[in-house]
Design a protein around this ligand. Structure first.
Ligand SMILES: Cc1ncc(COP(=O)(O)O)c(C=O)c1O
Length: 396
């Protein structure tokens, strides 16, 4: 039974400035095609296809049986904050105290809370483009000025530090870095980070370093601005469990930052979520402190898929693809097809049954590219590439 509507819905003005993540829209479209009987290969969503490792699941079940079903502290359980502090200290070769750690439901809330805590109307925020669409969405939602820095293929999608320097003004409040990067798989080098560290000396600019893919590195090492002790008062590190431990649906991530800011983020938690689920946090301790061989096995499999995908896509007419050094996305250049990104993504979904994302889902500088997630089995990736190849033969 439909309810009568007598009033106009008067949304707050800011809602018109809120963006979204197109991956979820493409997924809905693909599901609608499946409901009509079509077979679709899903390469649109960025989540590991693996199950959460059994030891982590067991820890959560055990926690439920032991009564971890109540509210906990807004900043996270002390034991988990300590485990994260020790883990981050080891991986970033620095020292970290539990007071600097805030546990939240996923990596995303750290993006939101960072901006809610720091950005006033008109403040400038520099962010990667193409990049995770939530950055731009949140900047605009809060009335900040979104200042994109273009990531270029010829630089392997690493940001140009000279360009970053030029974009900094007196109004720059926050710089967002993301390495390994979504959607390009670009990874910042030790020199890039050192250059940015030098640039920040003596400047009162905060940096959100989104390192959610820090463990997904195929070549070389992960380098982080967080390792620079002199800059620690200005850095907010974002990392989490979703990608590393195949825990996207558990909703757990964290931020590491100066303690006064951590307290402010905990206040935002109190006002919005109260706390991250208690039994989930117990599983988080096991994820960090338990065996890491499943992480290594997942990464080895992602690397196999990456190599296979790169070789195949580079043999298809109109497509050319750099081999990404991290994360689990392929970002081929499609300008050789003569198609624009969005119509090409639509055509591949509708005609070939392959769901991928238009590069423009990640900002205007994503034009000329598509993003394929390789968080799907090698069999499905093979099927998708067979279909793209056939489509290209017929249509290009
Ligand atoms: C760059 C980046 N940051 C943050 C997130 C959010 O991760 P979570 O699912 O833990 O909120 C994602 C997820 O796709 C991401 O790609």
């Amino acid at each position: 039974m439909s309810k009568a509507i007598h009033t106009e819905l008067r949304l707050a003005q800011r809602m018109s400035r809120l963006g979204t993540e197109t991956a979820f829209e493409v997924l809905a479209k693909a599901r609608a095609l499946e409901a009509k009987g079509r077979d679709i290969v899903h390469l649109e969503i960025g989540e590991p296809d693996f199950d959460t490792p059994a030891n982590i699941v067991e820890a959560a079940v055990d926690a439920l049986h032991h009564g971890y079903t109540h509210y906990g502290p807004s900043a996270g359980m002390p034991e988990l904050r300590k485990a994260i502090a020790d883990d981050v200290a080891a991986s970033r070769r620095t020292s970290v105290t539990p007071e600097e750690v805030v546990v939240v439901p996923g990596g995303k809330p750290i993006i939101f809370y960072t901006m809610l805590s720091l950005i006033d109307e008109g403040d400038e925020v520099i962010y990667p483009n193409p990049g995770f669409p939530i950055y731009e969405s949140m900047i605009q939602f809060l009335g900040g000025k979104a200042v994109p820095i273009q990531l270029r293929e010829e630089r392997d999608f690493r940001l140009d530090t000279a360009e970053l320097k030029r974009l900094i003004t007196d109004r720059t409040k926050l710089i967002i870095l993301n390495s390994p990067q979504n959607p390009t798989g670009g990874v910042m080098t030790r020199e890039d980070i050192a250059e940015i560290a030098r640039m920040l000396e003596g400047r009162d600019i905060m940096v959100l370093s989104d390192e959610i893919y820090s463990r997904l590195i195929f070549e070389g090492e992960h380098h982080s601005l967080f390792s620079y002790d002199d800059l620690r008062d200005r850095i907010i590190l974002l990392d989490g469990f979703s990608k590393t431990y195949a825990m996207t649906g558990w909703r757990m991530g964290y931020g590491v930052m100066r303690p006064e800011l951590a307290q402010q983020m905990a206040r935002l938690m109190t006002n919005s979520n109260s706390c991250t689920a208690s039994f989930t946090q117990r599983a988080g301790i096991e994820a960090i402190q338990g065996p890491q061989d499943s992480v290594d096995a997942m990464n080895a499999e992602f690397k196999r898929r990456r190599d296979y995908f790169a070789e195949r896509i580079n043999s298809i007419k109109g497509f050319s693809c750099k081999v990404p050094k991290g994360a689990f996305y392929m970002f081929p250049n499609i300008t050789g097809t003569g198609w624009k990104s969005k119509p090409l993504a639509d055509a591949l979904l509708e005609d070939a049954g392959v769901a991928a994302l238009s590069g423009t889902s990640f900002g205007a500088f994503g034009e000329g590219y598509l993003r394929f997630s390789i968080a799907n089995s090698l069999d499905n990736i093979r099927k998708a590439l067979d279909r793209v190849e056939e489509w290209a033969k017929k249509n290009l």
